[in-house]
Design a protein. Sequence first.
Length: 459
Amino acid sequence: MTIKKQWMIVLIMTVVLSVLLNSFVLSALMNRYFVRYYNENYQEHARQILQVAEETLTTPDYNARQLVILLQAHLSGPIVGIQLIDSEGVVLADVYRNQRGMMGGHMMRNLGQTDNLTEIDNAPVIKGGKVLGELNIIRQGTLADSLEIKSFQSSLVVNSGITLGVLIPFALLLGYWISRRMSRDIMSTADMAIDMDLGKNTDMSRSRVREIRVVQESLETLHRNLKLKKTSRKKLIDEMVHQTRTPLTILSTHLEGFRDGVIDVNDEELRKCQVQIENLNEIIRNMSNMIDAEGELEKIRMENLEISGLIRQVTEGLKAQFDLKGIRLTWKQEPKIWVVSDRYKLSQSIYNLITNGYKYTDPGGMVTIDYKIVDSSEGSLLEIVVSDTGRGILEENLERIFDAYYRERSGDELEGEGIGLYVAAQNLKQIGGSILAESRIGEGSRFTIRIPVEQKQSL
């Protein structure tokens, strides 16, 4: 059954029950009121009738017509008849509602012939200890038998029917209008969910029904979270792809060098190739983390590193590529400096900065790597500077170059997805480091890496 039908049924039942309950309560209250009113009214009339009877029986020359008129005045409420008899059994007056009263006579109405729904209250008329006569008051036996109550109940039933006849069409119209609005909002919410599932942009007005609006907001929150997870998963995959380029490029360069005779096939060069193969194996082992977009790309493995050897290992693998383009790749030979860091992440960051310089530096240019120990309020830091003589970066873009997929717009169609600097910044963040970019258009760029010299092995 649809919500519209259920709503209409509930609304009609509510209207009917409300009217019936109101009628029942009103009838009960009115009955209670009439019982009290009739009792008080009857007692007052009975007292007045008895007073008239005493005056009549103590007056020798009473006016019979006036007596009937006085007694007829009390034929109201539950009293339907009055009979006054003197001590000799003569009926002085016998009046009934809707009948002409009988005045005087020796024939007494047979009271046993009265309606079965009536009762007779018999009271002797006594004055000065002497019985003057007898007074019979015929009244309706129960409150429900009174004409007033019957008239009221009949009117109540009729009015309840009229009320239902007016309210039910109104309730149907109101229920149809409300259910239509609710159904429209629910169907819009369903369409919203389908569009989200299909990846379409959703733009719909909020429902005024709180519960439906909460469902809509929950769907939008879920949609945003799914988009964030999708974006995070794409970043992880792109990072993985980008990281594989470092060892693959070095291996490709060495294989070309071996083939062309530029690089000698010796144990040292083979060891470099073996290191890159191990890096590829490490990336493959970490690919399972791509299933969970919120998981870490890989574990942090802190170890003692000698920086000059690490830089030499990265640059020697790229030197042939730089020579082919006509760009000088140099690094200063400083005394050995040892730090505690993650070998793979640090070398990956240095590699990304060097290849970034290679990409944006024209033939005849130069890329330089320098490093030193600097003191700061946080302790000793290793500072690695990668600078180039390339085209440079606009100052307003320096804060965005470390965002994923960001690339400066230029006339050249350079390869890449804009992920390299992002990966470098994320790697350094994970090992407690930072990166700073400085640049001027036409003069080149300068990237400064800073990492703590001493770090806990548990990082």
